[in-house]
Write a protein that binds this ligand. Sequence first.
Ligand code: C2E
Ligand code: MG
Ligand code: MG
Ligand code: MG
Length: 286
Amino acid sequence: RAKGREKGGYVVFDATMREEAILRLELETDLRWAIERGEFQMFYQPIVRLTTGEISGFEALIRWHHPRKGWISPNVFIPVAEETGAIERIGEWALIQSCNQLKSWKKQFPTYPSLKMSVNLSGKQLTQKLSDRVEEILQETGVDGWDLKLEITETALVEDPEGAIAILDRLKALDIQLCIDDFGTGYSSLSYLHRFPVDVLKIDRSFVRQMSHLNDDSEIVRTIVTLAHTLGLDVIAEGIETLDSMHELQILRCKYGQGYFFSEPVNGEAAALLLVQGQVSDLEVS
Ligand code: C2E
Ligand code: MG
Ligand code: MG
Ligand code: MG
């Protein structure tokens, strides 16, 4: 339960809420030291060209191995880090790691000259100083702006669209590609969508998961693909788990996809093996 029950002006906490509050406090404290203690690791999930099965790039996804609690999902700790402000350093750490990884893969695999790295940004990182920091990190790691994609959730963008546009414009000036993540869940108005300087829509996996021939989710996906094409944007479907949904997306002319059907997020060494193999699967458009 997220909130206490109000009773005559008092909030009554029950045992579960007390446990949750303690857990949260522990996470807040432990997050402060997690970088120095080397508890974070980046995992990488391939983004695949749906016409050929080739790897076009990877999405970098952070993992936290807590010394006592084991693996903790970013869905749990990112919101805590956002509240305490720890997200700023964690986000920079994730970006530096991912850029270093991309740089070393480019050296190791010259057969992938246009390999891209997609990195998630928290809405809390959308501040005036963001573009300066990103520019420094690109310089320090030797990565070209056009090889970096930054993913921002639709929800984060609609909070303050005007402010977001100003910050995104500065990132675009660095040649960085911008993606709207979890598209379809954040209620962005079409008038703003048109003004956000973005390059890619990522269809939220809740629509992709349940896709089957001619059901509602499949219609939503079709609409998003058409919208993207109309606006001249690329489109990536996330959460592809089955051959059926992959075929459905090929038929809808969705260009890129990502999901357990191809590969789960894996560590750097395992991701390099995928690059050695060349493609994650042999896809023929049916
Ligand atoms: P996201 O950016 O939408 O990332 C996609 C999530 O879907 C990832 O969860 C990925 O593991 C999962 N996924 C991929 N394919 C499939 C599939 O076929 N089926 C299912 N069921 N899931 C799939 P993950 O890694 O747990 O990350 C969750 C969220 O945490 C991310 O959602 C992103 O919002 C956030 N996150 C992860 N890493 C970072 C980071 O470095 N910085 C920030 N700010 N947020 C991050
Ligand atoms: Mg993402
Ligand atoms: Mg997403
Ligand atoms: Mg998500």
